[in-house]
Design a protein around this ligand. Structure first.
Ligand code: COA
Ligand code: AMP
Length: 632
């Protein structure tokens, strides 16, 4: 059957489609049905089944005789380390860690925060939680203490598992002081912390609170897999919304298993035993779905890569890893290839490696610009597939169903909706738009298995953020269109979320930090186009009357403040002081107009603008920062 038939089969009988897709999963007790409609637009999948994620990702492969297969390849050009862990070893390591957590009182439903760099132990920590039904929440290492503190207070973890340090090129990221600082700031205190000491830095343990990763496992009984209900939360992953308070996306256990397992063959076209590599970080959704869970559930070998596309040691690293470990499908963000292309424009380093093992390259996380797709296709000779999804959905909304049948690629489009997703383009009033016309992208409810059923402890916010604007639909926050052939095009966000190097960030959160500076009376942060990172945040600061500090100094302090409060990942380095911000007569800041000026795009003078002359001042301030970048 081709894609159209499969999509039509899902449309005709979604219940049958998703019960069939649930077959390959090993259930402790199979679900009686797929969809549970809880009313008022709330849905759950396979809620009455009993199942365990770790069993499906690890133990069952051992029991099926594949214990010797490599489950995880750790490749760290930063530490010059390579290591392989078989499914058999992985089971033993995870069972031991889970046993030690249980011995310290962690039970089904307890939350555990994981703050780890790209080492296999990060995946082991996730799987150990899943083994005993604990709910993990992984926090990306590039976030600062305050962001970690916010997540501690929201998730209220019984335990935190952290590494002593992370390693960025040329810099050791001292995780332990960040962790200690976050626990100091947070109101909620974890009962204990497990510290994985890395050779590169041995952290000081807090007496009575911190235990050593190896030490606390000594002599404990390994834990067996605890079956949980299909609607038991597997994890919480915080993502940026429009305010400083991140959204805790909840992932239920059973739908997650079924959807990820389905996606591995149908989208990424790998078979059990193949090597699959997603070059991302466990702190992001890509890392959850496609470094940890998806490949392991499907019986693939996954790669934990601790390095960067360039500089570790050069722009040939991706090709080296692909050829050395025989990667069949490779997934990363377009920004990574833009970085490679900048260092090696002719793709000369590709020629040094044998890429015959590689079938295809997948891109997601941000808009894939046609230039980058074409360059990657040309230099590697491999098909490059864009696909579109979000932290909330956990897997592809629109992509190229290569494992079913590769559809023709149209540059600029992530291709078509996957079964399970009824994607529609709506106008402001919620009416479907004609083909080819731009509107808000919404998905008819219910969303498929594996997507978010709600936000952690915040159902009203879930409804307000996603369900209220277009009743009966999930609002994606993206705008775009669908063409005559059903191909989707993602054009822009409809909210204040920006995408920096494939990382989702909130300009609202940055504004909150800037506004806390004593000299700042008012501010605005916008996302401006950047040739490497897609977008960069840029701040406009209006100072309090009477502030006589030099502007440069305020800007420097503000840049430092965002790094300290949100973290280096915010990449907030561009800011300027202006007298006033452009606003509508009702006081709304005209951010979109500012973005157009910064990007050198034509814009219409907003009819409601309070004082058009302010735009001249903004244009001057931008010119001083070198924007628009390609201006003569
Ligand atoms: N821990 C601590 N700090 C981190 C970090 C981590 N895990 N990840 C990034 N940072 C820091 C970086 O060191 C950098 O700090 P600096 O300001 O001191 O230089 C800052 O956060 C910004 O990072 P980033 O935006 O990633 O820029 P970069 O210049 O380090 O790298 C790329 C640019 C394009 C090479 C890099 O972003 C990349 O590889 N992206 C791949 C895309 C990706 O993984 N996306 C995830 C979703 S698919
Ligand atoms: P995140 O939740 O961090 O994965 O970010 C999701 C957002 O990134 C989406 O809502 C889009 O705005 C953007 N995005 C992700 N993938 C793509 C893509 N293939 N094309 C365009 N935008 C994308």
């Amino acid at each position: 059957m081709g894609y159209k038939d499969i999509y039509a089969a899902w449309q005709a009988d979604p219940e049958k489609f998703w019960m069939d897709a649930a077959q390959p999963i090993a259930w402790h007790k199979p679900p009686s049905k797929a969809l549970f409609d809880k009313g008022e637009h709330m849905f759950e999948w396979y809620a009455d089944g009993m199942v365990n994620t770790c069993y499906n990702a690890v133990d069952r492969h051992v029991e099926a005789g594949r214990g010797d297969q490599t489950a995880i390849i750790y490749d760290s050009p930063i530490t010059h380390t390579k290591r392989e862990i078989s499914f058999f070893e992985l089971r033993n390591r995870v069972a031991s860690l889970a046993g030690a957590l249980r011995a310290k009182g962690v039970e089904k439903g307890d939350r555990v925060i994981i703050y780890m760099p790209m080492v296999p132990e990060a995946l082991e920590a996730m799987l150990a939680c899943a083994r005993i039904g604990a709910i993990h929440s992984v926090v990306f290492g590039g976030f600062a203490s305050s962001e970690l503190a916010v997540r501690i207070d929201d998730a209220k973890p019984k335990a935190i598992i952290a590494a002593s340090c992370g390693l960025e090129p040329g810099r050791v990221v001292h995780y332990k002081p960040l962790l200690d600082g976050a626990i100091d700031q947070a109101e909620h205190k974890p009962e204990f912390c497990v510290i994985f000491q890395r050779e590169q830095e041995v952290a000081q343990l807090v007496e009575g609170r911190d235990v050593n990763w190896h030490g606390f496992q000594y002599g404990v009984e390994p834990a067996e897999c605890v079956p949980v209900e299909g609607n038991h939360p597997a994890y919480i992953l915080y993502t940026s919304g429009t305010t400083g308070q991140p959204k805790g996306v909840v992932r239920h256990t059973a739908g997650h298993l079924v959807a990820l397992n389905w996606s591995m063959k149908n989208i990424y076209n790998v078979d059990p035993g193949d090597v699959f590599w997603a070059a991302s970080d466990v702190g992001w959704v890509v890392g959850h779905s496609y470094i940890c869970y998806g490949p392991l559930i499907h019986g693939n070998t996954t790669i934990v890569f601790e390095g960067k596309p360039v500089g570790t040691p050069d722009a040939g690293t991706f090709w080296r890893v692909i050829s050395e470990h025989k990667v069949r499908s490779f997934f990363t963000a377009p920004t990574a290839f833009r970085a490679v292309k900048r260092e090696d424009p002719k793709g000369e380093l590709v020629g040094k490696y044998d890429l015959s093992c590689l079938n295809a390259i997948y891109l997601a996380g941000e808009r894939a610009d046609p230039d980058t797709i074409e360059w990657t296709q040309r230099t590697t000779g491999k098909p490059v597939y864009d696909h579109w999804w979000q932290t909330e959905t956990g897997w592809t909304i629109a992509g190229n169903p290569v494992g079913i049948e590769p559809l023709p690629v149209k540059l600029g489009s992530p291709t078509v909706a996957m079964p399970g997703y009824d994607v529609q383009i709506l106008d402001e009033g919620g009416n479907p738009m004609p083909k080819g016309e731009l509107g808000a992208i919404a998905i008819k409810l219910p969303l498929p298995p594996g997507t978010l059923p709600t936000l952690w402890n915040a159902e009203p916010r879930y409804r307000k953020s996603y369900l209220e604007h277009f009743p009966g639909y999930y609002e994606t926050g993206d705008a775009g269109m669908i063409d005559e052939d059903g191909y989707l095009y993602i054009m822009a966000r409809t909210d204040d979320v920006i995408n920096v190097a494939g990382h989702r960030l909130s300009t609202g959160a940055m504004e909150e930090v800037l506004a806390s500076h004593t000299d700042v009376a008012e501010c605005a942060v916008i996302g401006v186009g950047d040739t490497l990172k897609g977008q960069l945040p840029m701040g406009f600061l209006c100072l309090n009357a009477g502030t006589n500090k030099p502007h440069d100094e305020v800007v420097k302090e503000c840049v430092g403040l965002v790094r300290e409060k949100i973290g280096p990942v915010a990449a907030f380095k561009l800011a300027c002081v202006v007298d006033r911000l452009p606003k509508t007569r009702s006081g709304k800041i005209l951010r979109a107009t500012m973005v157009s000026i910064a990007d050198g795009k034509a814009y219409k003078m907003p009819a409601t603008i309070d004082d058009p002359a302010i735009l001249d001042e903004i244009t001057e301030a931008l010119a001083a920062l070198g924007y628009p970048q390609n201006a003569a």
